[in-house]
Ligand binder design. Structure first.
Ligand code: IMP
Ligand code: MG
Length: 198
């Protein structure tokens, strides 16, 4: 997508090199996934589970296009160390509030890269004996996958590039962009929005 289509995105335009997936494309795909989920889970009242904070925007949009009764809950994790992270081991800093045993659980994830974190979290959820456990990912980076995880619902395949927007951050910024974009090289060094908040 051409850079002049960033007009209307205000200050963000200064740091974004290119839009990879537009706001309209994201919203259309989320609508399709919501319809598919509503159809598949009719009569099952699924629990949608997400990991804070990246999944915030996707979860909010997905829930609003799901037309069957459902519940939502969140986990929050933090890394023990960079070594632990390379094995996908994370520390749960906020657990679910809804008991999920005998429930139909849909794990909603913004992006899957290596798959290590997701694999670890799915193992931990499986121990709680849900009736079913499936994954609904919006952005998938197949080129980076280390662990193969069956993905029942998938929005888009992404190239093996670092992207921001729609929940994905660089140093906690850019999550609120409504599209997926590539950052300019200089934005990695000196992000406009880091400067503004100092
Ligand atoms: P993995 O699948 O265990 O490698 O971890 C995926 C996590 O890395 C996601 O939950 C994101 O927090 C982060 N991540 C992966 N790719 C990107 C990206 O392109 N932009 C921003 N964060 C990313
Ligand atoms: Mg995430």
């Amino acid at each position: 997508m051409k850079i002049d289509s960033l007009t209307g995105y205000g200050d963000f335009a200064r740091d974004i090199q290119e839009i990879i997936i537009s706001e309209d494309q994201i919203q259309m795909r989320v609508q399709e996934l919501g319809a598919q989920i509503s159809n598949d889970y009719r009569g099952k009242c699924p629990v949608l589970v997400g990991v804070l904070k990246g999944v915030l925007f996707y979860m909010a949009d997905l829930l609003r296009v799901i037309t069957i009764p459902s519940e939502v809950d969140f986990l929050a994790v933090s890394s023990y160390s960079s070594e632990a992270r390379t094995q996908g081991v994370v520390r749960l800093v906020k657990d679910l509030e809804i008991p999920i045993n005998h429930r139909h659980v849909l794990f909603v994830e913004d992006v899957i890269d290596t798959g290590l974190t997701l694999n670890y979290l799915l193992r931990s959820l499986r121990e709680r004996e849900p009736e079913s456990l499936e994954v609904c990912v919006l952005f998938n980076k197949p080129g980076r996958r280390i662990i193969d995880i069956p993905l029942k619902y998938k929005g888009f395949d992404l190239p093996d590039r670092f992207v921001v927007g729609y929940g994905l951050d660089h140093q906690e910024r850019y999550r609120n962009l409504p599209f997926i974009g590539l950052l300019k090289a200089e934005a990695f060094q000196n992000p406009h929005h880091l400067r503004e908040c100092e």
